[in-house]
Ligand binder design. Sequence first.
Ligand SMILES: [Mn+2]
Length: 347
Amino acid sequence: MTGTATAGRAGCRACVEPDNASNQGRQTHVNDDNRPGDFSEPMMYPRYTGIPTFMRTPYAEALDDVDIGLIGVPFDGGVTNRTGARHGPREIRNQSSLMRRVNQATKVAPFDLCRVCDVGDTMIRSPFHLESSLDEIERAFARLHAAGVVPVAAGGDHSVTLPIFRAIAKHRPVGMVHFDAHCDTHDDYLGSKFHHGAPFRRAVEEGLLDPHRTIQIGIRGGVADIDVWKFSHDTGMRVVYMEELFERGWRSVIEEAREVVGDSPTYVSFDVDGLDPVYAPGTGTPEVGGFSTIEAQLMIRALSGLDLVGGDVVEVAPPFDPSGNTALVGATMMFEILCVVAQARAE
Ligand SMILES: [Mn+2]
């Protein structure tokens, strides 16, 4: 097995591995001897078998031996129009069985660099109460953060990134590379400060997100008010509208993104509606004229080397795409984010 992986995977002792007779008494260590028929870890099982954890990683209840936690946030109570993202984590888990161990393009092997586990879903006991749901999400991520576990999350709608920031950015604001069709810096809507169009306005107000270290890429779509994203511009966020990305190309834009976020802690938030709906129709607020899957992959890979402290893929709404393709795309973007976050975590 080739790759830049050097750390050697000690095995995730906290992890509960799916019961498999072939696994009894076997080490979880992955080495160069992997070959078909080697069932030494869940990722080597046939991909249509077993309990569908994220990317076939071991499921962990305890966090003692976890470096990166893949976590689901099944909540869409912040959606302003078409709900469905609460079903995202389950379908992303299902489609993520198609992920493999090594990123062919970058040679990064995230499961060798870090102990990566599926740490389950954030339990939301009061889903009909938006603000207390956000509190519950925050507590789940605070538990990860306290254990030194870096989160790579699957939403859920984009409102969930605010409580993630409340958990991981309390002591210092983070920068952000944000892929989306919308800036999500709107104000109150229908009497609520909290919804999936406003998380980053609230995050700046709460001192969790540094707007000068924030870049928003892929913004487009008709608007009710031409000044709808005024908050982003007024606070100094770098807003890259889709026309600019199209004209300049992904490489130039991502070089600028690296300059914007610099060397300090940075989060990657990937809303699948940033992609053109031909690639990701299963989302609540599709906008035509977006970037492609390969452009997204290249942009995420080009974040390698930044001080990445977490990431998410949000707004996968499986009911709008019964083919499962949007969830496959979401799982793939999650894998790409995992690869660059694992590089950062391993340093
Ligand atoms: Mn969004």
